[in-house]
Design a protein around this ligand. Sequence first.
Ligand SMILES: Cc1cc2nc3c(=O)[nH]c(=O)nc-3n(C[C@H](O)[C@H](O)[C@H](O)COP(=O)(O)OP(=O)(O)OC[C@H]3O[C@@H](n4cnc5c(N)ncnc54)[C@H](O)[C@@H]3O)c2cc1C
Ligand code: FES
Length: 283
Amino acid sequence: MLDFAALPTVDPMLPRPFRVVRVLRETSDVTTLTFEPADGLATIAFGPAQMGMVGLPGLGEVPISFSSDPADPSQLAMTIRRAGAITSALVDLSAGDSVSMRGPYGTEWPMEAAEGHHLLIVAGGLGLAPLRSAIVTALRRADRYRSISLVYGRREVSEVVFADDLAAWEANPAMSMHLTLDRADPDWSGPIGLVTSRMDAALLDPASTTAMVCGPDVMMHAVGADLTQRGVARGKIWLTMERNMKCGVGLCGHCQFGPLFICKDGPVLNWATAGPFYLIAEV
Ligand SMILES: Cc1cc2nc3c(=O)[nH]c(=O)nc-3n(C[C@H](O)[C@H](O)[C@H](O)COP(=O)(O)OP(=O)(O)OC[C@H]3O[C@@H](n4cnc5c(N)ncnc54)[C@H](O)[C@@H]3O)c2cc1C
Ligand code: FES
């Protein structure tokens, strides 16, 4: 097997060629692509929640979080939803196709600072993608957390991503699962309601909880406010945010959120920092 650690590393500013080695169609509009470097150099080593700028010739680049296990660089993956021209072309790629990629960029989930706490992971829809790397990292050292809980909400039964992981996590005694669907569906016999409706069951001890949250803005705003009200410290509620990006490195201003640049100050920010700007911004 190739020893990735022994390969020379590369400037994260430089776009590099990567080849798609595996394609997993998660849903009708979401695909997980696994990549390997096509230039013979080391793959991209990233931390939980970091992103790469992935591009296609003639179309451009978009920021996408890495969704694979940060400890296994041979399986570098991104989970992508069809939104516009670039993501649609990415979702439709096949094994053997090429992309450009640069990174990693951005802040990480505070996995070590959360040790000794109850770890509460809250995902809405495809928000599970940047949280998957946190979950696999936490489960590898589960004894360092008082508990690990996942609250995962989605609008439709068919929206489920990472079905195999969800089944494995359900069976893992270190993990407490709280799945919910926004509204009733004949194919769903579990709880109905928004993710906040699962907090009574999932939140064990607010004073010793670190929360990691990803989903649509409106959902993160609701969870930040709800957890604060329940007694979780604002500085221990972590969000990963999405904004339009161009440069990815703090130069162009496209990703500005209040005084913050999401590409370099984020994407992971805590509620104490981001919350006040949600209140005066678009939500
Ligand atoms: C830090 C970060 C991590 C991300 N991780 C993922 C991921 O793991 N998987 C994934 O599928 N997508 C992710 N995104 C969103 C992804 O970058 C956008 O969907 C993509 O840029 C859209 O580009 P497009 O050319 O396909 O569509 P466009 O035609 O550019 O846009 C289509 C629609 O998406 C909206 N949009 C464009 N860019 C963004 C953006 N950055 N954030 C939110 N809405 C946007 C547009 O306003 C428009 O309504 C992430 C974004 C950021 C900033
Ligand atoms: S994307 Fe250019 S400043 Fe953030």
